[in-house]
Design a protein around this ligand. Sequence first.
Ligand code: MTE
Ligand code: MO
Length: 540
Amino acid sequence: MLEPEGHEVMKTDLPGALSLEKPPHRRTLPPGRAVSSGMVAGGVALAASEVLAAVVPWTPSLVASVGQEVIDRVSPAIEDAAIAVFGTADKTALVIGVLGVSLALAGALGALAARRFWAAAVGFVAFGAVGVVAAMGTPGASWAGSSLTGAVAVAAGVAVLRRLVVASSRPGAPAAAPSGSSRLGRRRFVRLVATAAGVVVVAGTAGRGLVRRLASGSGPADVVLGAPTASLPLPGAATALDVEGLSPLFTPNRDFYRIDTALVVPRVELEDWRLRVTGMVDEPLELTFADLLELDQVEADITLSCVSNEVGGDLVGNARWQGVELSTLLDRAGVRAGATQTVGRSIDGWTGGFPTEAAYDGRGALVAVGMNGEPLPLDHGFPARLVVAGLYGYVSATKWLSEIELTTFEAFDGYWVPRGWSKSGPVKTQARIDVPRFGARVRAGDQPIAGVAWAPSRGISRVEVAVDDGPWEQAVLADALGVDAWRQWSSRWDATPGRHELRVRATDGDGRTQTADRSLPRPDGATGYHAVAVTVLDPV
Ligand SMILES: Nc1nc2c(c(=O)[nH]1)N[C@H]1C(S)=C(S)[C@@H](COP(=O)(O)O)O[C@H]1N2
Ligand SMILES: [Mo]
């Protein structure tokens, strides 16, 4: 006959019993309950810190801080997958990863709590400490804010863990009430866990959303741009081609690719923002945003592309940038002889460096405050960023700009250089087929082939298309906005039923045709011809 639980309690009450053997009832919590208690407690801890971070502006998000730490530390190891990691969607994946690992660890602590509550509590404190240390590493973090968030998270987590473990423990367990009265029925436990999990998800999500919306700092809405006084290079009265599916001349801001290492967009109060010009200059400058806006503004159509863009990829966009010419700022500061490298530094510490010459050789090079007629969006570097035609973003296009430092190439390497990317990053001539799309099924007969080609700072002089092993045929070029911007092109094709491969190649303004050799983005940009395979349907 099975003994009722009450008898066991009686037995363990015998003197000496506890010290002599591990009584069976010390396996107090079923493992499933212990683990889920830990996970819920961990979830509550994270959600509490998210909500705090949302409501109190000077407290950081621990999840984001740990994620940022992962980005900053792990990125060199990820190497060729860098882009896969920093794409916008993959930032979400990273956050989910951080949450998953955190909850798994919290589950393990839950299992520990069933046996030694204090050890699990220490685990939670250690956990919080990791978050606090990560938060301290993020720009603008304060000890006070980081510690407060960590403390709140730990306190909330431990409190919930205690409640769940104690309430679930069988009588006689170390943390349990003396009788069976506080024992939680399976149903009630499940309900408690479900409720807590629901609260965690809602609070955490709301917290994260709030962090974004309430985050202290100015935004594009606080800025009114004046009219630019000049267009650089000469205004392009470009007429866009009318082909469905073709990239527009100007990529709308909301569609413009976003690449950066920032998990949370760095924000500043406009009044606090300063742009410094430092290093090898006669007279260091320090400008407020108002100072910057008072300088002559120009507008320039410049195609920006990412070194990680694959042939045919979409990490490229064209915009009409508005801002102050870089040379204007450098001249004011007075560049000293030998300052071969100009480094842009972001308020989050990111850096990119390029030849100082680029500010003076006639290409578009500016500190931009506007993008396609709007103040610079937060994602694209508000309140100001560098844009330099003909150089990949990783060496030139510093967003959330705080400092321009004049130095040498020997003295300094930008963020991506020690991570295996080339020190200099001139943009390689590329053409992309937008229409038809890869894998498209099109009707036989007259079909458009169209796309964009770019060789910023050199311009595009010719685009050719080939079908299968056929000859290269010249495409029609649309008007050029200017040498720094991409150029639309189109061609007609008498499509015959079956599978076909379409290829494209561009020739830049210097008469150099892009190379057919295929190479990967690392270390200085992908090469090769873009090709798309399409199926032409039999006429019915
Ligand atoms: N502060 C900061 N600026 C940055 C980066 C970054 O990680 N941090 N990434 C650079 C890279 S690699 C590219 S390709 C461009 C992309 O600019 P976009 O996001 O506006 O398209 O920003 C550049 N500027
Ligand atoms: Mo990039």
